[in-house]
Design a protein around this ligand. Sequence first.
Ligand SMILES: Cc1ncc(COP(=O)(O)O)c(C=O)c1O
Length: 353
Amino acid sequence: MNFEALIRPHLLALKPYSSARDEYSGTEGIFLDANENPFESVTGEAHNRYPDPYQWEIKKKLAGIKNVQPENIFLGNGSDEPIDLILKATCEPKENNILILPPTYGMYKVCADIQQVEVIEVPLSADFQIDMDGVFDTVNTATKIIWVCSPNNPSGNLIEPGSILQLIKAFPEKLIVVDEAYIDFADTASFIEKLEEFPNLVVLQTFSKAWGMAGLRLGVAYCNPFLIKILNKIKYPYNLNILTQHKLLEALGNEKVKNEFVKVIIKNREELESKLSGFSFVKNIVKSDSNMLLVKFEKAKELFESLLDKKIIIRDRTNVILCEESLRITVGSQEENQKLLEEIEGFYSKKAS
Ligand SMILES: Cc1ncc(COP(=O)(O)O)c(C=O)c1O
């Protein structure tokens, strides 16, 4: 594969900003190179120094957990950052296009729209799987990226790994980005284990879901080191702040806690699904491999508004393709789910009386 052909030519040639911490990465010495404050921060904590721009300590630890090399890892300010950077790295505005599989996560299209990169949409099938013929008929020479979200948001289901693999193999000259934001909740292996075999594969994961760290903004792209070098060239120099870096290091020693969260959330999801499926006003629930349920209700919009009045906030997906009359519910704690169920039942019994 000629990987360079995937990258915008001017970025191959780009001379990136060289930060003080690029030029000297040691941790000991008298630091008079970055125009920092030599004292502690005004809060009394030591945030006065710039952080490691490449977050090597974290990458080494994470590499051990994920069984990859540190050079296969890009850490971003949420996975929204690598989503944006991968697009910027590869797509010429008004020339290239990306292919998405709606209904899916919204940022793939938003990032492309901002950059004036055309978005080709091949909707998923009625059972939220890839329309493979549709993809093969639609991909063209200007396509740089195929975005696959698995488990998918908002349907919550896993995309057949066999279909994803087929795309990776069929389009070696395009990037196949598999967004695994919800992979911890699915009973399947990550595509990370196929990275060595396929240089055109990028796997996105995030610390926002199972790890419970959405507020810290931490996403990861796992891919070949050549692409990582390009992403590093075009990112902001210090894209992960020092607090986030410290917290992530701490979190990586607590993987067991994440696994406990996952167990409880899956149990709660199963309970919620089972209770919802007993109601006559529930028309369908997509089988979920994530921490969300896409549920088709009678009078979905009215229900959504009524829940909002009660300060129970779920997501109205009724205007989204293949999600007609559907609301997306994030699985909460047992108490939250119980309250939700009571309010749903209350809404329909009021309607009936
Ligand atoms: C599929 C998918 N990818 C990525 C993200 C963004 O995650 P992050 O918080 O890491 O930016 C989300 C957020 O909901 C998502 O659903």
